[in-house]
Ligand binder design. Structure first.
Ligand code: TRP
Length: 463
């Protein structure tokens, strides 16, 4: 155990875990999910998931990690429940899948740095051509994966922690500046209304499943990423307050990202809000337009800076995704960290190639699968997203909660959480977490898992 490394401080852990949480999921994913989910009603459901269900799962993951000082698979072995390590194995598979497509999108964001630098705001109208140029965006993705691998190879406090501490605050500053700018534009309020005034008639099963998947994805939950990070946390850190800070940061940044995008769409569409449901291309189309309205050198500087920071946010997330399989291989298979990192990163890049090709370049991967009862085909990247984010993450969360509540046992969870938190035992939050982990999360997440599978892949919508 001597050489596993660890976070150098409590703040370092919070920053790294918040860095894992804050990423493309917040700035790219959240606004487009809100757009497709009909606006504010989606936001409300998303917030409920984050605080009521995801927060307890986050606490549990970190506690399992710190108690065992092991990776996502080894943690279950260490606690004495070898059969349950299947949950960790599923998590590793899920992390590999997520990173494979996440890296493709990070590659787009990376490419946009150069487009913005030369003032090519018109790319907003040529996004679909941009992503079809697979050799170019594939190369961007390759650089991105290599950078991720480099940071992970530097280990915990040297690489992951340092990068997160510097870049997160800078990103926040830039987004808030853009929120202020976008709120001053004409028709901004139409966007704000769409975003913040709920219309619950928009609500259906689809919106609820997506909100759940988005909450898990954005908080980096359900696949052992936080078991892994938790294994590097000091014994006298307070897990519950750390998890609360991580959740608040992540949710806060997603909300602010929405407040940046929707006023812009209000402005661009003269209040008609017609372009909100455009999907994964949303920020890649809206933002360049707005940097264009700033115009000239300033527009180019703001645009370039924005995409640089977005890439850094994505990097602290890809790093956590890569760390999960790497830490497993390092702990369990006794392969050196430096070697494991490049091996796994190379493999995941290859697994991501169909996601790269499925955006118009390859007919086969662009219309990869037609779900039962669906009107049109789903591309490979979205398919992997549906399997990993919307299905496997909530299932993982359900199993992790059930494990802590009934297999590992609540008393052990309580003991671990009480370390570094003197008043924890007997507190309201202890009672709530016990209830959530034992009953609420397993039942709600288990039910939604079944409904999601039926609804998404088999066209059976029970409500
Ligand atoms: N949360 C990150 C984002 O919002 C993505 C991410 C990083 C992730 N690590 C994860 C998602 C682990 C699920 C599990 O961009």
């Amino acid at each position: 155990m001597a050489n596993r490394g660890g976070f150098s401080s409590k703040l370092g852990f919070i920053m790294a875990a918040a860095g894992s949480a804050v990423g493309l999921g917040n700035i790219w994913g959240f606004p487009y999910e809100v757009g497709q989910g009909g606006g504010a009603a989606f936001v409300v459901i998303y917030l409920l998931f984050c605080f009521i269900l995801c927060f307890p799962v986050m606490v549990t993951e970190i506690a399992i990690g710190r108690k065992s000082q092991k990776n996502a698979v080894g943690a279950f072995d260490y606690l004495g429940f070898k059969k349950w390590n299947i949950v960790g194995k599923m998590g590793i598979l899920c992390g590999v899948l997520i990173l494979s497509f996440y890296n493709v999108i990070a590659g787009w964001a990376f490419g946009y740095i150069f487009e913005m630098a030369v003032g090519n705001f018109d790319i907003a109208n040529h996004f679909s051509e941009f992503i079809v140029d697979v050799f170019k965006v594939g190369a961007y993705g390759l650089v991105f994966m290599a950078t991720t691998a480099y940071v992970v190879s530097k280990g915990i406090s040297g690489g992951i922690e340092k990068a997160a501490k510097l870049l997160m605050p800078t990103l926040l500053f830039l987004i808030v500046s853009l929120v202020i700018y976008s709120l001053t534009l004409e028709n901004a309020m139409a966007g704000v209304k769409f975003y913040l005034v709920p219309d619950f008639s928009e609500l259906n099963g689809r919106v609820i499943y997506n909100a759940m998947g988005q909450a898990f994805f954005s908080l980096s939950l359900g696949m052992g990423a936080l078991i892994t990070y938790g294994s590097y946390v000091g014994k006298d850190d307070n897990i519950v307050t750390s998890a609360a800070l991580i959740t608040l940061t992540d949710v806060g940044i997603a909300l602010i990202a929405g407040l940046m995008i929707f006023p812009l769409i209000g402005y661009m569409t003269e209040g008609a809000m017609t372009d909100v449901g455009r999907g994964p291309g949303l920020i890649f189309v809206t933002l360049p337009q707005i940097f264009g309205t700033i115009g000239g050198t300033l527009g180019a500087v703001v645009g370039t800076t924005f995409f640089i920071l977005l890439c850094f946010a994505a990097l602290t997330s890809t790093v956590s995704l890569l760390e999960v399989p790497v830490s497993y291989i390092v702990d369990e298979k006794n392969i050196k960290r430096s070697k494991a990192v490049w091996l796994v990163a190379g493999l995941i890049y290859l697994i991501g190639i169909p996601s790269l090709l499925g955006n118009g370049y390859s007919e086969y991967f662009s219309n990869f699968i037609t779900y039962v009862g669906a009107e049109s085909a789903t591309d490979f990247l979205s398919f992997v997203g549906h399997v990993a984010n919307d299905t496997l993450l909530p299932l993982g969360g359900c199993l992790i909660a059930f494990f802590a509540g009934h297999i590992w046992k609540k008393a052990n969870l309580d003991d671990e959480l009480a370390k570094g938190a003197p008043g924890y035992k007997g507190s309201f939050i202890q009672k709530y977490l016990n209830f959530a982990v034992s009953y609420l999360a397993p039942i709600v997440l288990g039910t939604l898992f079944v409904l999601t599978v039926l609804g998404t892949f088999f066209g059976i919508n029970l409500f």
